[in-house]
Design a protein around this ligand. Structure first.
Ligand code: ADP
Ligand code: MG
Length: 681
């Protein structure tokens, strides 16, 4: 139902406007031009350069119909500069033809806007915009905006609606005037007026590159809205009560004392941040970031201990069953000696057994480990105090928020090994607190990386033999075939068959996504136990798998993998004390982007640096991907090139929420309208 604020227009127009996301009158003024046409000046036909949009005024010399090669209306025009030009219209109305003929016989001039190009009959313009001048019509005093539009919605209609709204809208300033001038920001009103109707002296390049202060102001406001809305989500969640997990720390101390290693300084720091959050009566919403292999799992286990000691349940969710099982095994080794009751929820358990386990998970279990689907859909926890989500980058904001619907309001710890550059994190994770493990456990030898073209596969095979002869194990990752899961599987079988022949005498295992959970688990268990020398795998091993004796990772057709994937895969080795190597086998010739990717993975080992390079290569939209679909997309600001604005916006969001919440609300309304509802889970 159109409300008071709805745009006034016929229903057909309104539905097209809706396609552009324009529903409220306020939306119109934030619909900004893509570019501009300069109709403020007229130049002589003889002076007009071909290939650039120009405006001319000319007499109609002749109007004719040409039939070959296609029926078309041809209008010959000329002006005082001595230049002559043909306007060609391949589609036209009879009324248009009559009006042009009338202009010709009555001596009216045309005002024409378009690009001149050389044609068969001399200079021509195809389908220029024009109008017949019957009297003295002044030229516009500002550049003509060209808006993003959709089929059936003309620039003329959009311009009129927007101009009208600009005249009537409340462009009240919400930011402090001194602050604005200190940052060289015009007021919102000034910025909008300028961008919708720039005076001709505004440098075109600054408008086009969106570096003009008016553009910067708009981008800032957009980022501010994003920050505010994510902060709202954060604060709204905090208002829900959560169980305060206040403990003496008996369990965590016992666990720590039982470990064969000492925690790193970074692990201790983040563990303390988490422990302090859990001791609050509002839910923790924390993202634990740290590069592959930095030791996030033990930090999660310590958090779980705190919840359990406080008399609550902890749930640990992983994106795949393989990963969940690996964690279950690890947690069992750590926590069962402490007398903690654990339950493993796997899809591959038989129906009856699964029911029983779900029953146990709902009631007596203290730590529940499984995949998201299993835990989220089927268990009603008695006293859920903490939810830990591993590899959270595989899930969107939505799924993160879904958890809240489980009745209770557990504390949440999200873990991610996909490091994301700071400005992206500030933007996409502004509804979370962030802890960072920025150091690897000591004694790790960095994984060396080598590139081999397919032509040198024999050398790689020999290398595999040598590694196995030395008592180590090998991962061999199959080519990724994006288009088809079936081909992907076939590639895995082919690779397994080929390697079994090439590496006769070695024990070759195969794990892929189509295996049933228990089959996968059996293969992985055999690999962990050292009963398999070479594990051929599809990317199911991408995340989390932890086998310290594996020291060689071969990635076949490495050119098909993304940077984050390559980094994750490489992180599967180098987990023990052994010298480790990652071999990237590629098929030449390489495309330019594949070459750039492989160069990055070869040169850098630090996940954050790789992420930064990746961001640079792909741009932020691609980088974060559609997974983060709960976040309102940015229309104008760019998280990479406008990084300085992201920082400013974050600071301003905090300030507004503190000192002028009503202005924060107004700002959000202006930018997001009803769309903010998207984020309120
Ligand atoms: P990730 O952060 O990638 O999930 P893990 O938690 O799987 O990393 O840890 C990788 C390996 O390092 C595991 O074998 C883990 O037991 C070990 N580890 C964790 N912390 C330490 C430490 N402080 N010192 C030595 N080894 C550690
Ligand atoms: Mg992990």
């Amino acid at each position: 139902m159109p409300g008071q604020n709805a745009i006034e227009a016929p229903p057909a127009i309104r539905s097209r406007l809706r396609k552009l996301g324009l529903e409220r009158r306020e939306d119109l003024i934030l619909h900004l031009p893509l570019r501009y046409d300069d109709e403020t000046r007229v130049i002589g036909v003889a002076q007009a350069r071909p290939g650039v949009p120009v405006q001319i005024e000319a007499q109609v010399l002749a109007v004719s119909l040409r039939l070959a090669p296609r029926r078309q209306l041809v209008v010959r025009v000329g002006d005082a500069s001595g230049g002559v030009l043909e306007l060609r219209f391949l589609s036209f109305y009879a009324s248009q033809q009559r009006a042009l003929e009338a202009a010709c016989s009555e001596g009216h001039r045309l005002r024409i806007f378009g690009e001149i190009r050389p044609g068969l009959q001399g200079a021509e313009m195809v389908h220029p915009r024009y109008r017949v001048l019957t009297g003295d019509e002044p030229l516009p005093r500002s550049l003509t905006p060209v808006y993003p539009t959709t089929a059936g919605l003309s620039q003329g209609v959009l311009r009129k609606l927007i101009a009208q709204e600009l005249g009537e809208a409340d462009l009240g300033e919400l930011l402090d005037a001194d602050w604005c001038s200190a940052h060289a920001f015009p007021t919102l009103g000034t910025a909008l007026m300028l961008l919708h109707a720039p005076p001709p002296e505004v440098p075109e390049a600054a408008l086009q590159s969106r570096s003009h202060p008016a553009w910067r102001r708009i981008k800032f406001d957009e980022l501010l809205a994003q920050q505010l809305s994510l902060r709202h989500v954060y604060l709204a969640r905090r208002r829900h009560g959560a169980p305060r997990l206040h403990v003496a720390g008996r369990l965590t101390r016992t666990l720590e004392a039982s470990l064969p290693f000492a925690l790193t300084r970074a692990q201790r720091r983040v563990a303390a941040e988490i422990a302090a959050d859990l001791d609050q009566s509002s839910p923790m919403q924390r993202l634990l970031q740290g590069d592959v292999g930095c030791g996030k799992t033990i930090v999660a286990a310590l958090a779980a201990c705190q919840a359990i000691e406080a008399g609550y349940q902890a749930a640990f969710m992983a994106p795949t069953e393989i990963l969940a099982e690996q964690h279950f095994l690890k947690f069992s080794a750590w926590l069962e000696p402490l007398g903690i009751e654990m339950v493993w929820l796997a899809g591959s358990l038989g129906r009856k057994l699964r029911r029983a386990k779900q029953q146990q998970a709902a009631t007596t279990a203290q730590l529940i480990v499984g995949t998201h689907a299993l835990i989220q859909e089927n268990v009603d926890f008695a006293r859920l105090g903490l939810v830990i989500v591993d590899e959270q980058h595989r899930f969107g904001v939505r799924q993160r928020l879904d958890l809240q619907r489980k009745g209770a309001n557990p504390h949440q710890l999200m873990m991610s090994a996909t490091p994301i550059p700071r400005t992206l994190a500030m933007s996409y994770y502004a509804d979370l607190d962030i802890s960072l493990i920025d150091e690897l456990p000591p004694g790790r030898s960095p994984v060396r990386t080598r590139l081999f073209s397919d032509a040198r596969r024999d050398e790689v095979i020999a290398g595999v033999r040598a590694v196995v002869a030395a008592g180590r194990q090998v991962y061999w990752v199959c080519p990724l075939i994006e288009e088809s899961a079936k081909l992907d599987l076939q590639a895995a079988f082919d690779t397994h068959a080929a390697l079994s022949a090439e590496l006769a005498g070695l024990r070759i295992g195969l794990v892929h996504g189509r295996l049933r959970g228990e089959q996968k688990a059996a293969v992985m268990a055999a690999f962990v136990a050292g009963e398999i020398d070479v594990l051929v795998a599809t990317t199911v091993i991408e995340v989390g798998v932890d086998v310290a004796n594996a020291s060689l990772m071969v990635i076949e057709h490495a050119e098909r993998f993304g940077l984050a994937q390559l980094h994750q895969l490489r992180g599967r080795v180098g987990r023990g004390v052994h010298d480790s190597l990652c071999v990237l086998l590629y098929q030449s010739p390489l495309s330019a982007t594949a070459r750039a990717r492989l160069k990055i993975i070869f040169e850098y080992t630090d996940g954050f640096e790789i992420a930064r390079q990746d961001l640079h290569l792909r741009g932020p939209g691609e980088f974060v991907g559609s997974r983060q679909s709960g976040v309102p997309l940015l229309r104008y600001a760019d998280l990479e090139s406008d990084a300085d604005l992201v920082e400013l916006a974050q600071a301003m969001a905090a300030q507004l929420l503190r000192s002028a919440p009503e202005r924060a609300t107004r700002h959000l309304q202006r930018w997001l309208g009803n769309r903010e509802e998207l984020l309120k889970a």
